[in-house]
Design a protein around this ligand. Sequence first.
Ligand code: MSP
Length: 709
Amino acid sequence: MTFYVTTPIYYANSLPHLGHLYTMIVADTVARSKRQEGIETFFLTGTDEHGINIERAAQKNNRTPKEQADYVVSYFTRMTAAFGLDTAHGGYDIFMRTTNPFHYEGVSELWRRVAKSKTPKGRDALYKGHYEGWFCAACAGYKSEDEYAPPTTPGDPPSCLVHDTKLDRISEESYFFRLSDYDEALLNLYESRPDFVRPEARRNEVKSFVAGGLQDLSVSRLKTSVSWGVPVPDDPNHTMYVWFDALTNYITAIGFGNEERERIAGFEKFWPALHLVGKDILRFHAVYWPAFLMAAGIEQPRGIFAHGMWLDPNGRKMSKTLGNTVELDVLNKYFPIDAIRYFCLREMVFGADGRFGYESLIDRTNSDLASGLGNLSSRTLTMIQRYCEGRIPDGAISDESRLATKRAGVEDESAISDFVSHARDEFLRYFDEFAFSRALEEAWGIVARVDKMISEAKPWDLAKDAKQRETLNAVLYRAAESLRWLSVLLYPVMPNASREIYRQLGLSGEAATTQPSELTWGGLKAGTQTGEITPLFPRIDKAKTMEEIKSSESGGRSQEREEQRLEVRDKSSEPPAVAGGSTEGSGQRATEADAVPGVAYIDITDFAKIDLRVGEVKTAERIPKADKLLLITVDIGEEKPRQILAGIAQYYEPEKLIGRKIVVVSNLKPRKLRGYESQGMLLAASVGDEGKPVIATFAEEVPNGARLK
Ligand code: MSP
């Protein structure tokens, strides 16, 4: 038996955050639990590297698309190693990249197969036509009317509801996949395999989407519009639609269309896969992908499980666009890996949305891990050291001692062993249903039960009475044996803590390869020498850590901000571009944002540092011997108008500016240029290759000095 689990492959245009890490943690947990059961398992994660989005991010950063992808991938691989998710730490088996040559081979093979096939209704699955529609570059998809917001200014394009960015009108020759012919076949699939799409609420959504009728899918773009992609076989004027390319990674990674990969991994051996995805990309996985596979005559995936979204503590989806993401390097710096894994699986009911806040992560780490599991482990082992010379005691109660044990109020061994094995069964049942949060509750039920047993039996009192020696030994044995069970159960979720408990108990085997379903009570051998005791989860000082996190966030110490700063610096040495009078000859790009690379985002706190004000141009004049600069004075609601130098002289007549409302960066450090002090900067768009400035202005009445937020 084999098992294959996948995460989505992540867009290589921006650096990953907690939302991305999460699916990897879940997939890693699932993979470890399968391996623990002795099942040969393949775990895929990786990056989605083609498409206009990556092309644009690359352009913005003066990189080639491949360089852009390489840059993001190097961050990804460093990050996965830091979180123990890479191959070296027993995590993924492949970090898949859609720029791998073997992927090109496999995806071309899939295309050819689809191109040759007939739909269930007997027509060609692929045909050439013309497509016209609104396309969102960030979503890499066309948007239907209910998926975009109409423009605020008539004549402008509508905006994407997800990204709030302008859509592109696309009209071009395109290959179409005849998805409309697959509705019945798909509905049959959902009907005949009720757990194909999970959870059930999501399955129902998918079903009603398909039942509502499907439209054919444009699966290629002209190379002239999107050049960064896999060429369509036998028609190199076309590039494959990124989702056709990306979804196919799940089979090319294991050998579809490439013999060498087949030898290394094995399509025959591992397919079909279980796909773990965020609910936002379920449609692609549960509708398009099964239809492509049907057309190519390939077996359907084992299933698709859609998880919810991580929200910030205020309930907003965590996303780069909103700037409320949890930075991976901050997480990595302040929290043990296992605490992050535990929190992710415990806090988010798999399938539903969950909230993430550093404070709750600290609280859970301290209560469930430091005071809960960690404390149980250290108190048990410390008592074994103190009362039993560090050796696991024999837990058996002789007939003679039975009465003494009863008198001490200590229950029969079966009471605790039955409890623990029932909790194990429940744990495994929930785990199988991806109900990780419930499974962990069961495990913590064991922690609480054993803690209670210890508190009630009071080993420290038993130790004072020689007649209670066996009772004392029995209590400590039961606690230690329960810990052994816990370390096996918890291995997939907390591999490091589990390994540590194993070591401290003095066990020679490995929790990683011990099947939880085969655990039998009494497996821990009396006389085993326990190991050195070290705390599993040191308590986190909440106030201090929160303080540090806050200052590291606003100080921009994260990897990504380092990059951003670097980029901003690099840009400042570029040749003069457009408006903005605070540097010589407007040698600075019009806006800060322009200098920010595609991969970097700022926090709202960073943005709040920029004081943008509405200003009214009072005077404007040319400066002798500076053909690019205008000297303007602007009323931004202060006592006196500000004097600003702007590099717009080649494009704006000074007198036409008078009376205009503009946007001024009012807290930019004043600078002297050509003997004049510039006390701010005006904002303008930079258009075209020559960077023609177009001054930002307002369509409605606004008072001078109003702040832009
Ligand atoms: N490249 C495509 C997937 C192609 S799979 C063949 C893609 N990439 S992505 O980088 O935008 O997103 C990858 C995954 O991250 C998605 O499953 C998405 O749901 C997940 N998440 C992004 N933000 C998230 C949260 N805030 N919370 C949980 N998951 C989130 O889509």
